[in-house]
Design a protein around this ligand. Structure first.
Ligand code: SF4
Length: 189
């Protein structure tokens, strides 16, 4: 089975940051690795990842209580004024990595998935004009519930809390935990 269309992907040749697998209960899917993830070859360890772990801690969750994956496994960058910075993966890059992502998710078969940000949502359901119209609304992918929410970097940017992103993300994760527990009970029946 062909797992990723790397030969066509704009990100080909870059370091591949593999997913972190800890549990089949809960899977968070982000956009793509950033600089620190690429250096350490580990997902969710950069600034946004560390901030996200703080959010999980506030819900009494540990890093090991979930698994972590990304819509794209390689770092998308742009270079304004010669400085290399992160950017969101394009729809084409997401599409190239999609068979690999689907295969990872099918192998893990989690009880619930939370997508963080627009690219992760797009990887499953296609593009949405406005993420705010879809966050918190549970959808199903191959019978697995998916709770879309905002990316932690959006929460970080909303320092004043004016947009309510932090409150929304925490509430969406809590709902995912509810679905996870429901899924566990069904598995035990
Ligand atoms: S992002 Fe995915 S498809 Fe693109 S080069 Fe990396 S592993 Fe291959």
């Amino acid at each position: 089975m062909k797992l990723a269309n790397c030969e066509h992907c704009t990100l080909r040749g870059k370091a591949i940051v593999p997913p972190e697998i800890n549990t089949t209960n809960l899977l968070f899917i982000g956009e793509a690795p950033g600089e620190e993830e690429t250096e350490q070859l580990h997902p969710f360890v950069g600034r946004a990842g560390r901030f996200f772990m703080e959010l999980l801690t506030s819900l009494k969750l540990n890093r090991g209580d979930a698994s972590y994956n990304n819509a794209c496994l390689c770092r998308p960058t742009r270079t304004p004024n010669g400085r290399v910075i992160n950017r969101q993966p394009t729809e084409f890059e997401i599409e190239c990595c999609q068979p690999r992502l689907y295969n990872d998710v099918m192998k893990l078969n989690p009880l619930v998935i939370v997508t963080l940000g627009k690219p992760a949502f797009t990887a499953f359901f296609g593009d949405t004009k406005r993420l705010r119209d879809v966050v918190g609304i549970v959808r199903y992918w191959k019978r697995t519930p998916i709770v879309p929410t905002y990316h932690p970097s959006a929460v970080m940017r909303d320092r004043s809390g004016e947009r309510g992103y932090k409150k929304a993300v925490l509430s969406h994760i809590k709902h995912a935990l509810y679905l996870m527990n429901k899924g566990r009970q069904i598995k035990l029946l």
